[in-house]
Design a protein. Structure first.
Length: 144
């Protein structure tokens, strides 16, 4: 099991490094300049999407989200835009921890995936708007 986790970690690390290399320095600058309000907005989109679906009622409630989950997600997501300069192994470990928490409380992976897609689409729109002011070109493969 430990060998499988190591292999998975190595694969994720390699994929993340490839995304960083494919992303222009200007886009990295726009991502790093996202405000805490921008990050909170993305976290809220993720959890709002999940809470609005009846399948999550048995797994999530607004108290859990407000007191524990959104706080951890905020700090992880806050570190993602700077991932080109961060310790990627630590970032991946935090991502794994967040996934374990969602799994432990029983949130189905498809809801996490759909919530993530909502947040990613919003992040792409947000970055595209901000990058228009700095002359960056955003492709459809965002860093996160």
């Amino acid at each position: 099991m430990e060998q499988a986790e190591h292999c998975n970690h190595s694969l994720l690390l390699t994929e993340w490094q490839e995304l960083i290399q494919q992303t222009s320095p200007k886009v990295h600058d726009v991502l790093a300049a996202l405000s805490d309000d921008d990050i909170h907005h993305l976290v809220n989109i993720f959890y709002d999407y999940m809470i609005l679906h009846s399948e999550t009622v048995q797994f999530l409630n607004s108290e859990q989200v407000n007191t524990r989950l959104s706080h951890s997600m905020f700090y992880w997501l806050r570190s993602v835009p700077g991932s080109a300069k961060e310790d990627l192994s630590q970032l991946l470990e935090k991502q794994r921890e967040i996934g374990i928490v969602h799994a432990r409380i029983g949130v189905p992976i498809d809801l996490v995936t759909r919530g993530s897609a909502e947040a990613k689409n919003s992040a792409l729109s947000l970055v595209a708007k901000k990058s228009a002011h700095s002359g960056c070109l955003i492709k459809r493969n965002p860093l996160f």
